[in-house]
Design a protein around this ligand. Sequence first.
Ligand code: COA
Length: 162
Amino acid sequence: MRTIAVYPGSFDPPTFGHLDIIDRSSRVFSRVIVSVALNIRKNVMFTPAERVALLGKLTRSYSNVEIDSFRGLLVNYARDKGAHVVVRGLRAISDFEYEFQMAHMNKKLAAEVDTVFMMTGERYSYISSNIVKEIAAFGGKIDDLVPALVRDQVLRKIRKGK
Ligand code: COA
């Protein structure tokens, strides 16, 4: 059976942790749609178009991964795409409560859509996009946290902001 999965997130910016989940999802599902959420309540560094472009470059080598963006309810988007699975990464216990609430609420809104959790690779379990931006803003090295392409774009944004 061909299973389409949506991997949603803010990806501001994408990190090695996100790429780990994308890589593993691409082996499990026939098609993975990585989708940048547009209506998020976060202060973002990158525009949606910039995040989509970054993700596109970073996932170029995967034939079954595509990049998109969405506005509104995730489950409506998943339905539009014919996806029955939402993929989420779990980094630590602290992610659980939020993810638990979201998965149950999404199930209530659309019973046919299941959330599948992947444990984030151990070495990425402490990464978050905000931490990456904060370390970079204070002059710390982020080479182990994000690909070089993302590092250069983050540093460019920080230089522009000063
Ligand atoms: N490795 C490293 N970091 C990870 C990670 C992984 N595998 N998975 C998540 N993160 C980090 C992200 O970098 C992000 O860090 P930040 O908070 O510092 O930016 C944080 O974990 C969570 O981000 P993300 O996975 O992008 O989720 P989100 O909370 O920003 O987005 C949506 C959640 C977009 C999926 C959710 O809000 C949504 O579905 N919105 C649409 C509206 C809707 O349907 N609402 C009803 C939901 S019930």
